[in-house]
Design a protein around this ligand. Structure first.
Ligand SMILES: Nc1ncnc2c1ncn2[C@@H]1O[C@H](COP(=O)(O)OP(=O)(O)OP(=O)(O)O)[C@@H](O)[C@H]1O
Ligand SMILES: [Zn+2]
Length: 813
């Protein structure tokens, strides 16, 4: 018998190994095996198929060991991997590398780390395990090749596997992105008083400080409304001090407990839903349910603050009660923090979070609990599509329009939403796509009947959508070539908002202080040495940064071209806005939320909480402030530079600009309907801004759809973008043209380019792009992919193009 095995490497196709007779029994698809590849390398791979056909053309080697009795993944997951690899032009090995926690991927290079928590009591280990554990205890770290030396056995991988199962050791991981879970102090009732009678007896015979009673009542109220009580919010709500709380703790009525906000397994597995849907929400709910009878996918198009999240919660409840599992997918990890708090309140310990910022071990833990069916709801980014669900009933894809759903690097360059839809075909799960500003593709699919469509046109609680105003910057006096940061109008409204104790959000799409350093004498601009892009000045760190490769440079004082010191900083980013704002509103509390400000992984969550607790008056930020956040006191939203959103040479530019502006404006007036949005622009007559002014999604959709039809862009065609990279400009240029000539005969009608992208050099690699707009015909698509592979091979055959990297991106966003 033979086995086709997937190994976490970018091999063009899977290899086949022979199954020795003594391993044949018990070897199942989805189990891991240890195999040799080449002379010295060993890997653990996953069995994809077992068959009796001896492969031709090469001598098969034997499988060395079987690592699992039970498959680690389901058969449908293998089919999912296969589709992802095929559709997105990756290898199954690359998909495997993305899909499995490191723990499951042993290779000769794997480093094992001793688990301190295990201690040194090795009495439960057998003699071989003991040898390795001893060595690990002494050296703390061992390479798998070293373990081989210690054991001198043919069963190294199975032994290591057992040791990991017993938590004696872990797979080493680089610490650079390590996620430190944020701790929060929770307040709990002492068990004695969970009894209603005891509690009322206590309250009726209160002989202690009245302030403490007030605090206790405040606590009980919060417990009822929020399910869990965080110390900070209790003290604030009850207007109480730490000492008063301490008093109640000392009297044995309350107690406090410090624990991580993200780790929730010790919460009881209860469901308690304490709200009812409004008639409009109820109707949308029924629309979703009805759609799911016939269709696997439904779009929930609901304006901002219409209560989409609450509708999701009702749906999740339904699936949990049926014993099924739900995946709640978000485009970015950063968004999980606020949502998890909301979900926890309703579903307690039924929920787990899964994303790349957790350690390998934590991920393995979630993996196992999902597989056993213990966890019913997973909140996560796109990688949670790879979990081994036991019975997946529903996938919620929130903010489905968000381009962050698409993986950029490395392969597989898959789209979380589209992959979810494919997965639903394999598992029978339903998919609910949610957004206030659906992607054109999705809305088109919903209108044409391919997806179901449910709608919420009103905000919750009779609250109006914010009023939108354009501020015409052409009227603002300024020096030639200068950009306006704040109009008088915007400043005035900011001042009033702060004076009324309301909050404001200012949106600017550029981070840093000044995006250009320009010599006024000769026109020289400070550029990155490795990329063809101007350097952004960051004032706080006093450095110039390249936003493409991350390189940092000291600030320049004199021009590299002419030596003059007449350098000026052009344009502005969030950092400069924050600084200027401090001058205009010296008493306001201003904070900034962008990639630089939240380097520390918890900073994002902390900022959001501070804003929620109204410790910040004005939040200045990039895209990060736009997304899905629910604040109750924001009255003013300012879009500093709308033109910056409209100036891209991309067919999606209008769609994106609309989505950003509508989403950021959606943060305003969510509770009382008093919300104002000011959009600063030099293009007040731009047609897109007219749609933005009226919150007119459908108007925007129809107009854009027309253009897409006319110019044959998605949803009418399918875009495959080919990136060419090489360290010499001429070579990459020639290669792209050569490749285009190869494609010309069969695909001439569908080609756009080749052309240099906006930034033609990144990390010392020169770039070229070739775009294919293919008719939506799956046979044509697969033929085209084969051809791309063939032409790539032909290109590499030409000596001078040997090192040109060709990266295909299917459905590029
Ligand atoms: N039926 C309801 N009962 C009580 N509160 C509700 C109800 N529906 C909505 N809300 C409240 O209204 C607010 C807005 O709802 P939610 O955050 O779900 O909106 P959304 O549609 O997801 O908005 P966005 O697209 O902007 O993220 C929330 O604070 C939510 O708790
Ligand atoms: Zn650079």
């Amino acid at each position: 018998m033979f086995a086709e095995i997937v190994i976490p490497l970018a091999l063009p196709k899977n290899y086949t190994w022979e199954i020795p007779a003594h391993l044949q029994e018990g070897l199942r698809i989805g189990c891991r095996v240890e195999v040799n590849l080449g002379k010295h390398k060993k890997y653990s791979g996953i069995v994809k198929a077992i068959h009796p056909d001896k492969p031709k053309g090469f001598e098969t080697k034997e499988i060395l060991n079987v690592l699992d009795h039970e498959p680690v993944i389901h058969a449908w997951q293998l089919r999912f991997w296969e589709w992802l690899a095929d559709y997105y032009m990756a290898t199954e090995g690359e998909v495997m590398a993305a899909a499995l926690p490191a723990h499951f991927k042993l290779s000769s290079e794997t480093i094992l780390v001793f688990n301190e928590e295990f201690g040194d009591d090795f009495s439960t280990l057998d003699s071989e395990e003991y040898l390795v554990a001893e060595a690990l205890l002494m050296k703390q770290e061992l390479r798998l090749t070293e373990v081989q030396g210690i054991l001198d056995s043919t069963h190294v991988y199975p032994i290591v596997n057992r040791l990991m199962g017993k938590k004696v050791c872990f797979v080493w991981e680089s610490l650079k992105e390590k996620f430190a879970p944020r701790k929060e102090t929770f307040v709990l009732l002492e068990p004695e008083y969970s009894n209603e009678d005891r509690l009322s007896e206590l309250l009726n015979n209160w002989s202690r400080a009245p302030k403490q009673m007030e605090l206790l009542l405040g606590y009980l109220h919060l417990l009822k409304t929020e399910g869990e009580v965080i110390k900070a919010s209790l003290l604030k709500k009850a207007n109480a001090t730490d000492a008063q709380l301490k008093g109640l703790v000392e009297k044995g009525i309350l107690r406090t407990e410090k624990r991580s906000v993200d780790r929730i397994q010790y919460l009881p597995k209860d469901i308690h839903i304490d709200f009812t849907l409004t008639p409009a929400q109820e109707e949308a709910f029924v629309q979703v349910e009805t759609a799911f009878v016939e269709k696997p996918v439904c779009l929930l198009h609901g304006v901002t603050s219409s209560g989409k999240t609450l509708l999701y919660i009702r749906l999740i409840e339904q699936y949990i009660r049926k014993g099924r599992q739900v995946l709640y997918m978000l485009p970015e990890i950063a968004l999980t923090a606020q949502i998890i708090r909301r979900l926890q309140k309703y579903f307690g310990g039924h929920i787990g979070i899964y994303h790349s910022r957790f350690s390998h071990n934590e991920r393995v833990e979630i993996w196992n609990k999902v597989k056993s069916g213990e966890l019913k709801v997973v909140l996560g980014a796109r990688s949670s599509l790879f979990l081994p669900y036991q019975d997946l009933g529903l996938i919620i894809c929130d903010e489905e329009h968000d381009p962050s759903y698409k993986q950029q690097d490395p392969a597989p360059r898959y789209h979380g939403r589209d992959a979810a839809i494919y997965l639903s075909g394999l598992t029978g799960a339903k998919v609910l796509l949610g957004s206030a500003t659906p992607s054109l593709e999705t809305y088109h699919n919903a209108r044409s009947g391919k997806f179901g469509l449910a709608g919420l046109t009103e905000r919750y609680g009779d609250v109006k959508l914010p009023t939108m105003q354009l501020v015409d910057l052409r009227a603002v006096p300024r020096k030639p070539g200068e950009k306006v940061m704040f109009s008088v109008h915007l400043l005035e409204e900011l001042k009033q908002t702060v004076a009324r104790k309301k909050q404001a959000i200012l949106f600017q799409n550029r981070r840093g202080y000044a995006p250009f350093h320009l010599c006024t004498v000769c026109g020289w601009i400070a550029q990155c040495e490795h990329c063809d892009v101007s350097l952004t000045f960051h004032k706080f760190s006093n450095k110039l940064k390249c936003h493409y490769c991350g390189n940092i440079y000291p600030p320049v004082l004199t021009c590299r071209g002419c030596g003059s010191d007449k350098l000026v900083q052009k344009s502005f980013g969030t950092e400069r806005i924050e600084e200027e704002l401090e001058q205009h509103l010296p008493d306001a509390k201003i904070a900034r939320m962008d990639f630089d400000a939240i380097r520390n992984k918890n900073a994002h969550d902390v900022l959001i909480q501070q804003f929620e607790q109204r410790k910040i008056d004005i939040l200045v930020g990039t895209q990060m402030v736009v997304k899905g956040l629910d604040f109750d006191n924001v009255e003013l939203v300012g879009v500093i530079d709308a033109d910056g959103l409209l100036h891209f040479a991309d067919f999606r530019v209008n769609e994106r600009a609309f989505q950003l502006m509508e989403q950021v404006s959606g943060r305003a007036g969510r509770r009382d309907g008093v919300g104002d949005v000011l959009i600063q622009t030099n293009l007040p007559n731009h047609p897109l801004l007219q749609h933005v002014l009226r919150h007119d999604y459908v108007g925007m959709f129809l107009e854009e759809l027309d253009k897409r039809r006319q110019f044959f862009y998605p949803p009418f065609s399918r875009v495959v973008l080919l990136h060419f990279k090489h360290k010499e400009r001429d070579v990459v240029n020639d290669a792209a043209h050569h490749f285009t000539r190869l494609m010309q005969p069969a695909y001439g009608n569908y080609l756009v380019g080749p052309a240099e992208p906006m930034v033609p050099r990144v990390r010392n690699m020169y770039l070229m792009e070739l775009m294919l707009k293919l008719p939506r015909d799956s046979q044509l698509l697969s033929r085209c992919k084969d051809d791309i592979q063939r032409y790539t091979a032909m290109l590499h055959h030409e000596g001078k193009f040997k090192k040109v990297i060709v990266v295909p991106d299917v459905d590029a966003v």
